[in-house]
Design a binder for this molecule. Sequence first.
Ligand SMILES: O=c1ccn([C@@H]2O[C@H](COP(=O)(O)O)[C@@H](O)[C@H]2O)c(=O)[nH]1
Length: 236
Amino acid sequence: MKTSPIIALDFDSAEKTFAFLKAFEGDVNVKVGMQLYYKEGPAIIARLKELGYDIFLDLKLHDIPNTVKSSMEVLAGLGINLINVHAAGGKTMMEAALEGLDKGTSSGLVRPSLIGVTQLTSTDENQVREEQLISVPLQESVLHYAKLTKNSGLDGVVCSVHESAVIAEACGNEFLKVTPGIRLADSGTHDQKRIATPEEAHLAGSTHIVVGRAITGAADPRAAYEHINASWRGTK
Ligand SMILES: O=c1ccn([C@@H]2O[C@H](COP(=O)(O)O)[C@@H](O)[C@H]2O)c(=O)[nH]1
């Protein structure tokens, strides 16, 4: 996957998606999440691929190992670049996800990179302690999941910018640190808790940023994208 920002296509139809993408042609990374995939199915991936986009399929699988393995085998055939599971599903589940991807690409397709979601960027310290009953600080929980993900053979994690540096130290610079929760200094946080600017992501060592509403909700999405891309690359 290219290192340019990954635009979250959180739309409820193919029609809205392709109307939005008119300003971008095939030169950007895109993310298809649950809303769009559940609405449009595999056909949306085929259309995006035809137009040349690099695709992160963000379905965050979390189930028993056998189910995740067989689902990944099917999803691998879509020809996507990046896909994910919840690290909380455990080592056996993550290994099964990899096996499924390997099996689904054994005919010669390139295996998509596989990453584990550590703690959602909409989660804060309080939620980790009170609702998940995790007694260590949130950053320790994220780091623990990152190490587990690496030990399971995966290519990286989804985390917030605030954990990118410690994960790089523990798991290496090559280990993917895909970071949503990106906000410009003057924009609202919405439902996100662990937010950061593109500049902060650049400085912290994130390998990729995922940006949704800061681009899709902008008056001029292409201009917002260019501004975010320049900040992320440290050229602004
Ligand atoms: O921890 C996570 C994992 C995934 N996401 C997804 O990223 C985008 C973020 O959208 P914004 O509009 O920029 O907040 C969205 O599709 C999420 O499902 C995440 O935010 N945090």
